[in-house]
Design a protein. Sequence first.
Length: 230
Amino acid sequence: MFFDPTYMMFALPGLVLALWASMKTKTAFARYSRVMSSSGVSGAQASARLLSAAGVSGVKVEEVGGFLSDHYDPMSRTLRLSPSVYRSASLAAIGVACHEAGHAIQHARAYRWLTMRTALVPATNVSSWLSYAVIMLGFMLQSPSFILLGAVLFSAAVAFALITLPVEWDASKRAKALMVEAGIVSRQESRHAAAVLDAAFMTYVAAAVSSLLTLLYYLMRAGVFSRRDD
């Protein structure tokens, strides 16, 4: 095994951005978890009301363990909310719950970026772990061809991270608009709930930047940028 100092030039920006985004998200969630909505509805009730206002039915809302483990499962059409979101009437909980409901609305509307991301999941799961194995083999054998092959496999994860950006942004956009229209929060309260969503979005930006820089590093090690036409 070895350590390449050059790698840090590519990894450090993404790492710093990821740490900043994570801290910003946790800070925003903690701050607005202490601010209760005037409507008094819980995160579970808010998501159900948002779906109803959007005319979307057949989506289950369940409580799941973990902190900020909230997600929408398109396979079972289930919206799973963590305890701090499911049961709380805070603006932070409502913001997160409505964001996840936004994904259910995307699914019901056949939002193309969500469809693309869902289709990429199987390929990304396989290519991600396989790419690291191929790249490590390439490093051990000092084979640029193997590293390049690993980089090509890793590009599926990069594509997934990039496609995730419009998916997450659109879900928040839908949530921000509908939570006011459905009477879940006031317009003033929606700004506070939106602050949590905006902070959370930066974690996806950080993931995309990190994966893209990692891909560039692999391509550099494969000699792609040093090649010249004869």
